[in-house]
Design a protein around this ligand. Sequence first.
Ligand SMILES: Cc1cc2nc3c(=O)[nH]c(=O)nc-3n(C[C@H](O)[C@H](O)[C@H](O)COP(=O)(O)OP(=O)(O)OC[C@H]3O[C@@H](n4cnc5c(N)ncnc54)[C@H](O)[C@@H]3O)c2cc1C
Length: 366
Amino acid sequence: MSKFKTDILIIGGGIAGCIAAIALADIYRVTLVDRLAEPKEKIGESLAPAANRILKELDLLNDLEKKNNQVFQQNLGMQSYWGSSQVQIVDHLRNPDGFVKSLDRKAFEIFLRTAAEKRGVTCFWETDFLSSTYETTWKVQLQSGNAKETFQIEADFVIDASGRQSRFARNLGIKREVEDKLIACWISLPNTAVNTMSTISASKNGWWYSAVTPNNKRVIAYHTDADIIEKSELKTTASLLEFAKENNEISALLNGETTTIEFHGIVAANSTKLSQVAGEKWVAIGDAAISFDPLSSQGMFNAMASAMQLRALIQQFGFTDTIQSRYTTQITHIWQHYLKHKSIFYQVEQRWKTTEFWKRRNRDFI
Ligand SMILES: Cc1cc2nc3c(=O)[nH]c(=O)nc-3n(C[C@H](O)[C@H](O)[C@H](O)COP(=O)(O)OP(=O)(O)OC[C@H]3O[C@@H](n4cnc5c(N)ncnc54)[C@H](O)[C@@H]3O)c2cc1C
């Protein structure tokens, strides 16, 4: 079995992992692994304007801005039908951080992977985390996908950036606290509407979301609880379209389209937190630490911000135990703040008080 040594090993080359790698590469030998050969199509495209500050600090913003209409397009605002059938519009014109960016997620993650490689990060793509042991340093077992070859990386510090699966922490036996059962079923299709603002619209058993992404593509997602809707009802385009009929705004966006729709299936969208977000010489960042309800549109920003928080702590304290307690306090604070805001936001919707989906959200608030 071949062996390799590094200062910091990051497991997961999504947004959190790439941002952490880029942020730390000027001080440490950083190694980044991801089980996928290349990023896959993903839902989750609205990048909060505050993320521009992080991208600027890492000297990524200029290069990204050159890719307007390829990697992202400016999102002019959000129209919501939430709490009433009356539309409410939040535009981004006066936001000092600029517009929301509507990303092509795959293209954005390729952009970040490429930037990490250019900054000197050692990258192993198509490489799966298997297990780890700790004795003064971490010894991490990995498997490279193409040859199914197992190898070991020795690292002084490990960052778990493997998303909701939190593969490294889970392997240590750490569980996730689960707040709810939210899932999202999503489709994409060519956009035909002139209005390119994002749309949020509440429904009897959940809520709908739509946004326009580069190349005039539209994504539409339906969010509900996994145990409320029969899974078979969300298995095909036809069954999702049947559901969409209950929502006027989404029906209007679909505009009778059936043939050009790409069905992407169901993904987890619930709020979850790792019960321990840091330990001896390791930390979890992004979704691996805390995953948000998509209603917040904060997941990608949190992925970047937690990576930057970790860099600041490492710069100040090195790989000492102080990081554990400081980082845990910071994440706990963000989580409590997030839960409070989530409850307040769901509480605004009172039109379907008796359906299970909304009853659960109102009960949370009390
Ligand atoms: C329906 C939905 C809509 C959303 N909408 C938005 C939105 O509009 N705006 C927003 O900001 N956020 C949104 N989000 C949240 C956002 O997508 C996530 O917060 C973000 O992807 C987190 O990034 P991450 O890098 O922490 O994790 P991930 O994106 O999950 O990346 C984890 C990486 O780890 C890799 N990995 C996993 N296991 C292993 C392993 N064993 N070995 C090696 N690598 C591994 C994966 O391949 C992946 O590349 C949405 C989420 C959902 C579910």
